[in-house]
Design a protein around this ligand. Structure first.
Ligand code: FAD
Length: 442
């Protein structure tokens, strides 16, 4: 920007890293404000849009040696109904059921991209290697950003922008927990990032580690495929019956000398496969966190003002870093807020005040007993957060029905993980929805 605190009258140039849902959302809103913004440059390391939602049968690396980005598995159906999952200004096809196979979300994102004429602004097969601030002294400190990217041929190019939106996702760098003796396990160890379908595990004994959304979902599909599944997790006993073939266990404490697994309650088992559904690390290899005043840890990035930007550089925005959110509506709010900041219609507090607010939030969470690795989980706080962004950024808030339907589905998922998707919802108004049970086979 011309100055970190003042607006410049000419169009701002924005770089967007990633053409997943967050990057497309950023591009769509930038393009809708031609008075203030030049068309964005969207860098995308793959040859397609969609990010997570583009299913890759391959695991490991792309032909260029970079690790496969998407963690999508073949039979995944969304865990949110399309009525709340959608960008609030762009509904899914009304003919579709509420809970969608991943292919439909990919088609939706492609349609979003086409409808908003984003494609011409995407550089495919362009990997961002470095994003660094350039601070110059004029009337005040002025920050621009140098973005260095690499194309298919390997040649590098550096361009200058007024602002950067980091939309590179955070479900790609597998988190491998430190289990004593893991190297002694004699079977196959894989992370859910590289899980695609259950058939290879049929008839095998599989210990699934972690009962988050993927751990539970994958355990159920492995169980249906005739694997003997032990779902090992640190949560209280799950409040619903698990299907035949799926048992619960306490966390794995150690892999013993003979390769067997010892659980926290002292029980021991042998297994052919250890499937780690243990989440992902935050990873921004193209940033130099210390230069930005940030600390990037496996499960935490601090300090971030409004869970969005480093107080020292409020023209860099990390979209969608929080977990336990309703992703697309959340991106929609963050992007509009960020653009309002760049346009100067949101007056930011001083750097020191932003730091104090971000650190104060963390301190309050620590006081409430929130562990460091859960700090960026928003859960119930997401609605107040989105509301505040909308009020401050002066754009339309999320309709109340997004929260009420999201919370209803969340409740159903806790008690009926196997059949909460057997229902269709219909939005009746901004505040109301109705449901319709599906019959077997629908
Ligand atoms: P991504 O989709 O990961 O996109 C990031 C993009 O950035 C990718 O295209 C990547 O190639 C690109 N990129 C990364 N690094 C670089 C670089 N250096 N240079 C250039 N490009 C780069 N959400 C829901 O709402 N409902 C669901 O049911 C649901 N299920 C999920 C199931 C799974 C298995 C996973 C992993 C996630 C699920 N999510 C779900 C959450 C999902 O991540 C979000 O919905 C959303 O797709 C995230 O979008 P994103 O743009 O932030 O990241």
């Amino acid at each position: 920007m011309s100055s970190d605190r003042t607006v410049r009258m000419q169009q701002l140039r924005v770089a967007v890293v990633g053409a997943g849902a967050a990057g497309l959302c950023a591009a769509r809103h930038i393009l809708s404000r031609p008075d203030n913004f030049a068309p964005p440059v969207v860098y995308e390391l793959t040859e397609h849009v969609g990010g997570t939602w583009f299913y890759e049968e391959r695991t490991g690396s792309y032909d260029n040696g970079l690790p496969i980005h998407s963690s999508m598995y073949r039979d995944l159906r969304t865990n949110l109904p399309k009525e709340v999952m959608m960008f609030p200004d762009f509904p899914f096809d009304p003919q579709l059921p509420s809970f969608l196979p991943h292919q439909e979300v990919q088609k939706y994102l492609e349609r979003y991209c086409q409808s908003h004429c984003i494609t011409p602004h995407i550089r495919f097969s362009a990997v961002v290697d470095e994003v660094s601030p350039v601070v110059t002294e004029g009337k005040g400190p002025m920050t621009t950003w140098e973005v260095t990217s690499r194309d298919k041929s390997g040649s590098q190019n550096t361009e200058t922008f007024d602002s950067v939106f980091i939309c590179s996702g955070h479900y790609s760098d597998p988190h491998i927990p430190s289990i004593p003796g893991l190297e002694r396990f004699k079977g196959k160890v894989i992370h859910s990032h590289s899980y695609r379908h259950p058939e290879p595990f049929s008839g095998q004994s599989v210990v699934v580690l972690g009962a988050g959304a993927s751990g539970l979902d994958i355990s159920l599909e492995l169980g249906r495929s005739n694997a003997q599944v032990t779902l090992s997790h640190g949560k209280p006993t799950l409040p619903f019956p698990l299907p035949y073939g799926v048992h619960q266990a306490t966390p794995v404490e150690e892999i013993q000398e003979d390769g067997s697994l010892r659980f926290q309650d002292g029980s021991i088992t042998q297994a052919q496969v250890l499937l780690l559904c243990t989440g992902y690390n935050f990873s921004y290899p193209f940033l130099e966190p210390a230069r930005l005043g940030l600390e990037v840890q496996e499960h935490l990035v601090t300090p971030l003002y409004r869970s969005l930007m480093p107080p020292a550089f409020p023209s860099l925005f990390i979209i969608g870093i929080c977990k336990i959110i309703c992703p697309f509506p959340h991106f929609h709010c963050q992007v509009q807020f960020a653009l309002a900041v760049l346009e100067g219609s949101v007056a930011l507090p001083s750097q020191a005040e932003m730091e104090e607010e971000a650190q104060g939030e963390m301190a309050r969470k620590v006081e409430r007993g929130v562990q460091l690795r859960h700090m960026l989980k928003m859960d119930k706080e997401q609605w107040g957060y989105a509301q505040t962004l909308a009020q401050t950024g002066r754009f339309a808030p999320l309709p109340p029905v997004t929260q009420s339907l999201y919370e209803e589905v969340w409740r159903q998922r806790q008690v009926h993980p196997q059949n909460y998707r057997q229902v269709n919802y219909r939005l009746v108004s901004d505040t109301q929805w109705e449901e319709q049970e599906l019959h077997a086979g629908e």
